[in-house]
Write a protein that binds this ligand. Structure first.
Ligand code: FAD
Length: 288
């Protein structure tokens, strides 16, 4: 293909991408930079912003489907998502600046696979899956398997992410997200973290997992319940154990200028804060 194709349907977009030479253009936030730097040929773009099928957020039993063209601000403000997966909005409302959030899309974010991004960390921990369509038909890929390296995905050249399926949280579950910015509040995170905890009806924690992003090419999952005892010790004592477990488990690569020891310590402190937020936020629900 050559020239700009303005697709009206997913099928039209897939057809235009079929020769493997073109690139989907969604919100253009990453593409503009890639074109300016000469990594992408501006004469081989398939504009998918007019494809209605890629929009909309729909609740189903057990999950919510989020259209790939949903912007970050749409996801952050959606009431269905807020009711079904409380805490997820924090991973979208803190992205970049208002311009990035208004134009950048969920599908573009996942397909771009920049390791510094926020949604992948949250979506890996939530066991979300991308719905994908290409010339050979539709398929579903766990977000954890979709991104396989820095700026690299398992998508074929003619495949589009059409939506992302996010399981809703259970009655006895809590989810939270947090990020640390060393520089400008509009920049990428030095580290981001998500925490997901589930407990039995009597309040006993049975599962506590964290996911750490922006410190290596892929989001890193840490299963806390295998190393931390969530018993009746003081909140601060368990929070110390959580901080140590995360600092020891995380494997920083690429390196912040202050080194991997700094990154480990930072992740530990973010984990401590997030755990305390969980204890305070879920206290009433766990005791009920
Ligand atoms: C200054 C700045 C600050 C930023 N800060 C943050 C931040 O704090 N946190 C964060 O998470 N992100 C941040 N970002 C990244 C931003 O969120 C992503 O660039 C954006 O989400 C990409 O989405 P887009 O719709 O603009 O994609 P585009 O730029 O249009 O496309 C990006 C890539 O995805 C492909 N693509 C797009 N849609 C699809 C689809 N549906 N199916 C298959 N492939 C597709 C394109 O072909 C291209 O390869 C920042 C970006 C900038 C420029």
């Amino acid at each position: 293909m050559t020239g700009l194709v303005r697709a009206r349907t997913v099928d039209e977009a897939i057809e235009a991408l079929a020769d493997g030479e073109g690139h989907a253009l969604a919100g253009g936030q990453a593409m503009t930079i890639l074109m300016k730097e000469g990594f992408v040929d501006a004469a081989r773009l398939v504009d998918i912003s007019g494809v209605g099928e890629l929009r909309g957020i729909t609740r189903h039993p057990g999950h919510v489907d989020v259209g790939a063209m949903s912007t970050h601000v749409t996801v952050a403000r959606d009431s269905t998502l807020a009711a079904s997966i409380p805490g997820l909005a924090d991973a979208f409302s803190s992205i970049g600046n208002v311009r990035i959030r208004a134009a950048g899309t969920l599908g573009g974010n996942l397909a771009h696979a920049d390791p510094r991004q926020d949604p992948p960390t949250a979506l890996v921990l939530l066991d979300a899956a991308a719905h994908v369509r290409g010339a050979s038909g539709p398929r579903s890929i766990a977000v954890a398997d979709l991104i396989d390296g820095a700026l690299s995905t398992t998508l074929d050249a003619d495949e589009l992410i059409t939506s992302v399926r996010i399981p809703v949280l259970g009655e006895h579950e809590w989810f939270g997200f947090s990020k640390f910015l060393a520089g400008s509040s509009e920049g990428f995170a030095t580290a981001n973290l998500a925490l997901r905890v589930s407990w039995t009806p009597d309040g006993t924690i049975e599962r506590a997992d964290m996911c750490v992003g922006a410190v290596g090419p892929l989001p890193q999952r840490v299963q806390l319940a295998s190393t931390v005892r969530f018993d009746d010790r003081a909140r601060s004592t368990i929070a110390d154990d959580v901080a140590i477990a995360v600092a020891e488990a995380v494997e920083p690569t690429g390196g912040h200028q202050s080194g991997s020891d700094y990154t480990r310590a930072l992740c530990g402190e973010l984990a401590r804060d997030l755990y305390c937020r969980f204890v305070d936020g879920a206290q009433g629900r766990r005791a009920a």
